[in-house]
Write a protein that binds this ligand. Structure first.
Ligand code: PLP
Length: 354
């Protein structure tokens, strides 16, 4: 084994609230690829440099692992008897994996029928207690908040400050790999923990003099679940991007501060725009992310059409989760059905196709 540190806690220890007494859990999260766009940005006028921070490469397939490794480590340090979370899917997948790793019981409360099947399978196979409720994520979270107190369980949603601390390491990695800071950082916004975390990371790196400027933070909600944009709670949030189907975000106020401090924005994109970006990424960039992740790129396209960019701008889009989590969606959006042919007709079918 090499002596390189594994996982975000070992790598960025000096920036994180751990001590010699913290039992560190890691599944080698972090160090996800920052992939330069091959096409996107080149056709904009003026053209710009675009990079994708591919968080689907984390151990459970989403950025949630960065914060979960710290949240579970701190729960262990505190000798918690179990952890609990509400989830649109990825938090439960991540909590279940890290809990299994250290033998800490995990309970997940999720909206029935609204979780992508891959994410549900992860919670199930890792052995979590899965409670499906009739009600959306916002309802699930309010129940979890109450139960955590009455049953003295550790919450590992992003209201747990250790989640934000761990997730800020994604901003460190972007700067370390780019060698500088991007002009803009685009990302999807659900509960608004991640936009809060990135901004904290960028600010701390600037204070530590690792970077000399800060990016403008550009958050995108789905039009049917856009409470921050509309300025009011959305009681029945609706969008194909199930990971950001949230009507009353926990980090609402912080997200507004991030936008004000960074001179960025929080805006919304329609489901059509999200699915357009989702298929474009798969077909033209070779990257399969989940629908919610594509909200960042849909936002980038919207801003490009509005003429926001200047020559030499550098943009990073976070692709928050892996496309394989939700294969039903991929099969539903494609306009190209698969074809069944008999074995002897394959050659002929290829001739006709080319
Ligand atoms: C959790 C999640 C989001 C939303 O992140 P917030 O921190 O809740 O704003 C976006 N995309 C994916 C894939 C997620 O799992």
């Amino acid at each position: 084994m090499s002596n390189l540190p594994h996982g975000v806690i070992a790598t960025y220890r000096e920036f994180l609230p751990v001590t010699a007494d913290t039992p560190i859990v890691s599944l080698h999260e972090g160090r996800t690829p920052l992939i330069a766009a091959r096409q996107l940005g080149k056709t904009f006028s003026p053209s710009i440099s675009v990079y994708f921070k591919c968080e689907g490469f984390n151990p459970t397939g989403s950025f949630k692992d960065r914060g979960m490794c710290l949240a579970i480590s701190k729960a262990l340090e505190k000798k918690a008897r179990a952890v609990i979370c509400a989830s649109t899917g990825n938090t439960s997948a991540s909590a279940s994996a890290y809990g299994a790793r250290v033998g800490l019981p995990v309970c997940v409360v999720i909206p029935e029928g609204q979780i992508a099947m891959g994410k549900l399978a992860q919670a199930v196979i890792h052995g979590a207690k899965v409670l499906q409720i009739k009600g959306n994520f916002d309802v699930a979270l309010s129940i979890v908040k109450e139960i955590a107190v009455t049953q003295s369980l550790e919450i590992v949603n992003s209201i747990n400050p250790f989640r934000i601390e761990g997730q800020k390491t994604a901003a460190f990695e972007v700067c370390d790999v780019l060698g500088t800071v991007p002009t803009y950082h685009f990302l999807p916004v659900g509960n608004a923990g991640n936009i809060t975390a990135y901004w904290k990371g960028y600010r701390e790196y600037k204070e530590a003099k690792r970077i000399s400027a800060l990016p403008k933070m550009m958050g995108f909600q789905a039009a049917g679940a856009a409470p921050i944009v509309l300025g009011r709670v959305v009681n029945n949030p609706e969008t194909v991007a199930s990971a950001i189907r949230i009507g009353n975000p926990s980090s609402w106020k912080t997200a507004e501060n991030v936008v004000a401090e960074s001179a960025g924005t929080i805006d919304m994109v329609t489901d059509d725009e999200i699915l357009g970006a989702y298929t474009m990424l798969a077909e033209q960039e070779g990257i399969f992310c989940e629908p919610a992740s594509a909200a960042s790129v849909a936002g980038l396209l919207k801003m490009a059409h509005a003429g926001m960019f200047q020559a030499n701008d550098t943009v990073v889009c976070t692709l928050t989760g892996h496309g394989l989590k939700d294969v039903d969606r991929a099969m539903a959006v494609t306009s190209r059905p698969t074809t069944c042919v008999s074995a002897e007709d394959v050659a002929e079918a290829i001739k006709r196709w080319l």
